[in-house]
Design a protein around this ligand. Structure first.
Ligand code: NAD
Length: 367
């Protein structure tokens, strides 16, 4: 296959779809890999590293897009770039299909088979391909790091000649992939950590990381291991529990999400006002509307000395490891898609491929 890796063009995007290690494997397997000049630079992978493992470096994005049978990206292409893909090509990237209405018809018209990395099914067979998890894991880590940086105190307990400093209190709301990594990171920094989630199954995972599980008498386990939206009474109970627990916290990391919905609103402005000055909220759900009422996506709000950070695309702020893990996710997917002769098999009846295909054979299959 002729495989192309374009330079990402989205604002603040520093990741690259394939790192040199992955290119080396594909070249060894007999594929021709073209990388756009500078594609890996922001992630710490200069062109020379790609060349050294047998990739060709192309200056022009248009040439690379038009000359590849398989295009691997992080973010979806612009409609203009989508129109430059060769007819019948395969595109794999985060497509965000719900907001991709401008680009999906262009892909369909070109006869492109587009596979969305966010639609990898969450089954054990597909775990190695799960880019949502690999990127959420890094975002959970980074959320604690930026929270620690913004706090007016230190994380660990310190016993010094000038007296003992108490450890920081960290509260994690939503203990999925990002939340569990946030708990582990805050624990490593020496904080006293607690967490809340609506899926009761999470309790043991939280406790095994050395954090306390906050009980709120709610249970909202949905399909595929995800949460469902809370009913009114459960939402009231969850908010009441969070409101009480929030007051003494130094750092709150929120990661609560319900697939296909706006992020649940779990921290009101009044609850923020009840917190101590100098404490910090890092809202990882900022991109889907925020778990906190005051969150500004991509910005910072301050109320009574409490900072509310709404970082977006945090994984892209650790682009080296984010690219390395994303690249491994893609490699696992390619192992699934390519047959022994190295040709791509698009089997719509396959549980993994069928779930991920958004455009195929001239049609938009999922919106
Ligand atoms: P997510 O990003 O959709 O949600 C993050 C967390 O928010 C979840 O734990 C969810 O329960 C929680 N949440 C939702 N509403 C809430 C509310 N009102 N209050 C508090 N918390 C709330 O989920 P995710 O982190 O991507 O994954 C969730 C789970 O899916 C994982 O913990 C894991 O068990 C499972 N998973 C399985 C696989 C696999 O088998 N391949 C891969 C990844 C994840």
């Amino acid at each position: 296959m002729r495989i192309g890796v374009p330079r990402e063009t989205a604002l603040h995007e520093r990741r690259v779809a394939l790192v040199p290690e992955a290119v080396a494997r594909l070249v060894r397997a007999g594929h021709a890999v073209a990388v756009q000049r500078g594609a890996g630079v922001a992630a710490g992978f200069p062109d020379a590293q790609y060349q050294a493992v047998g990739a060709s470096i192309l200056a022009e994005g248009a040439e690379l897009l038009g000359g590849s049978e398989l295009v691997l990206k992080v973010q979806r292409p612009s409609p203009e770039d989508a129109a430059r893909l060769s007819a019948g090509a395969i595109l794999v990237c985060f497509l965000a299909p719900a907001s991709a209405q401008g680009v999906l018809p262009v892909l369909a018209e070109r006869g492109v088979t587009a596979l969305a990395m966010e639609l990898v099914p969450r089954i054990s067979r597909a775990q190695a391909m799960d880019a949502l998890s690999s990127q959420a894991n890094l975002a959970g880590y980074k959320a604690v790091i930026i929270g620690a940086e913004a706090m007016n105190r230190v994380m660990p307990m310190m016993t010094t000649a000038a007296g003992t400093l108490a450890p920081a209190k960290v509260f994690v709301v939503g203990a999925g992939v990002a939340g569990l990594q946030a708990i582990a990171t805050a624990r490593r920094l020496g904080a006293v950590v607690s967490a809340f989630d609506v899926r009761p199954v999470v309790r043991e995972q939280v406790q095994s990381l050395g954090a306390a599980f906050v009980q709120a008498q709610v249970a909202a386990e949905g399909a595929g291991g995800y949460a469902k939206e809370l009913g009114d009474e459960e939402q009231r109970r969850a908010l009441e529990t969070i409101a009480k627990h929030l007051v003494p916290q130094d750092l709150v990391v929120t990661t609560a999400q319900v697939p296909g919905r706006a992020a649940p609103r779990l921290i009101t402005a009044e609850m923020v006002r009840s917190m101590k000055p100098g404490s910090v909220i890092v809202d990882l759900a900022a991109e889907t509307g925020g778990n906190c009422e005051l969150t500004k996506p991509g910005g910072v709000a301050e109320v009574g000395g409490v900072l509310v950070l709404g970082p977006v695309s945090l994984a892209s702020s650790v682009p080296f490891h984010a690219s390395q893990t994303y690249s491994r996710n893609l490699q696992a997917l390619l192992q699934h898609l390519l047959d022994k002769e190295g040709r791509a098999r698009i089997d719509m009846a396959d549980e993994i491929t069928g779930s991920m295909v958004v455009t195929h054979a001239g049609e938009v299959r999922k919106k």
